[in-house]
Design a protein around this ligand. Structure first.
Ligand code: PLP
Length: 432
């Protein structure tokens, strides 16, 4: 193909390695196609929360605010770092989700957030700002597929896998803590990618498990960057799991560790297409305002020299909601409603999944997030299983990784109507 000659070496590299036909997007397209044949098909591929009538779950208060924006508020540029008022209010909104005794310390040891184009943009920015090509990145065997595209393929960090879930499907930090020690002995900078609630497993750690991680991290002597992917923070449905970001438990832990928190409106306020994420820096030592600002300015410079400003309208709408106490209260109630819907779905899925039996699949011990994940008991290909499920009327996403042995299917319970939960498990367990 002649036009290939115009491509850069990097695009040729990415063209060969990134597959847009697989993963969530690809399986969503397949499911939508199949639904034309099977109108009752349950599409559990995408991580967007849906109402029981199948429509997108939207926060009415945010939608109303959007409708009230002026042309200027939508179409003018926003500050490259994010609108100052947005950054301030977003930080307050985040801090308010932490236990009260951790708020002051976390505030003192962290920068103001800086905006990015969704969480994906934040991950790109953080990777670029703190890690170089071939720097080791400890990355879990259970992970969001696109993180490979962003950090391993595009930025070419060196993949060092850690086992997040053991063979029984239970969260266990022992492999991560071992790998942290081994990596630290090299005496060179390295990164750690953490994502809780986890995509695809739906797992969040308990307080005891977080303490084990803290102990290992507190001994690190090499410069360490924690990339904290908080896409689903707060969506936790069981009382023994930490129901907020790990950020306050990681800042101030060790002067060798910089924690980079990525979050955004995509999931916090179910505004996926608004493309607004934020990046907040958490320090391991007492830091003055000048240093916080100057590191944040580096991120602003990378932003300016690459993707430039984030969208303004959504920032204006969020400002209007968060600075008005009655609207703020209303949106928190709406968020609680979404959490209750998802919590009920998780509980019914889990009950049925444990009651019934199949020779092929078993669920991991999920307690949070938007997804449940079923490991395959034998070596059957996850893609083959997802194809069979699709033929029977259930759209799932196969998650497998040959290099670390991951093999299973992800079911996005966030988008399954309550009345379809039982049918979902029946279809899942009917495949052999
Ligand atoms: C774990 C995780 N991180 C990041 C993202 C990307 O979020 P955004 O749509 O804001 O770029 C997703 C989206 O599905 C995700 O699941």
């Amino acid at each position: 193909m002649k036009s290939q000659e115009y491509l850069s070496k990097k695009s040729l590299y990415l063209d060969e390695r990134i597959d847009l036909s697989g993963g969530t997007k690809g399986w969503n397209t397949k499911s939508k196609e199949k639904a034309k044949e099977l109108p009752k098909l349950i599409n559990a591929t995408v991580g967007t929360a849906r109402n029981n009538d199948g429509s997108l779950l939207i926060f009415p208060t945010l939608l109303e605010e959007f409708g009230k924006l002026s042309g200027e508020q939508i179409f003018a540029y926003a500050n490259i770092r994010g609108m100052p008022n947005f950054a301030k209010l977003w930080k307050e909104d985040t801090l308010a989700s932490f236990p009260s005794d951790l708020i002051e310390k976390t505030d003192r040891l962290s920068s103001l957030p800086l905006t990015s184009c969704g969480l994906t943009g934040g991950l790109t920015l953080a990777g670029e700002a703190f890690l170089d090509r071939d720097d080791p990145l400890l990355i879990p065997n259970f992970r969001w597929g696109n993180i490979d595209n962003v950090l391993l393929k595009n930025q070419q960090l060196k993949e060092v896998n850690y086992e997040l879930l053991d063979k029984e499907g239970k969260l266990n930090f022992s492999d991560l803590t071992d790998k942290i020690k081994t990596q630290d002995k090299e005496g060179k900078k390295f990164g750690i990618y953490l994502n809780f609630p986890n995509n695809p497993s739906g797992i969040s750690p308990s307080f005891d498990q977080v303490r084990i991680l803290q102990e290992a991290l507190s001994e690190v002597t090499s410069p360490t960057i924690i990339l904290l992917d908080d896409a689903y923070e707060g969506y936790v449905y069981e009382s023994d799991a930490v129901n907020y970001s790990l950020f306050p438990h990681l800042v101030g832990l060790n002067e060798n560790i910089m924690v980079v928190k990525m979050d955004g409106v995509s999931k916090r306020y179910c505004a996926y297409g608004a493309r607004l994420g934020t990046v907040t820096l958490g320090f391991g030592y007492e830091v003055n305002e000048e240093e916080k600002v100057s590191i944040r300015e580096v991120l602003a410079k990378i932003t300016r020299s690459s993707v430039s400003n984030s969208p303004r309208g959504i920032q204006e709408a969020i400002i209007n909601v968060l600075e008005d106490s009655s609207k703020h209260y209303k949106i928190q109630q709406e968020r609680q409603t979404v959490q209750n819907i998802l919590s009920n779905r998780l509980k019914s899925m889990k009950k049925l999944a444990y009651e019934k039996e199949t020779k092929l699949l078993f669920p991991v011990e999920y307690n949070s997030g938007f997804f449940s994940y079923f490991l395959l008991k034998n070596n059957k290909s996850a893609t083959e299983v997802s194809n069979k499920l699709l033929d029977k009327g259930l759209g799932t996403v196969p998650f497998k990784n040959q290099s670390n042995g991951l093999n299973g299917v992800r079911v996005a319970f966030c988008s399954i109507r309550d009345e379809d939960i039982e049918r979902t498990i029946d279809i899942l367990y009917s495949v052999n």
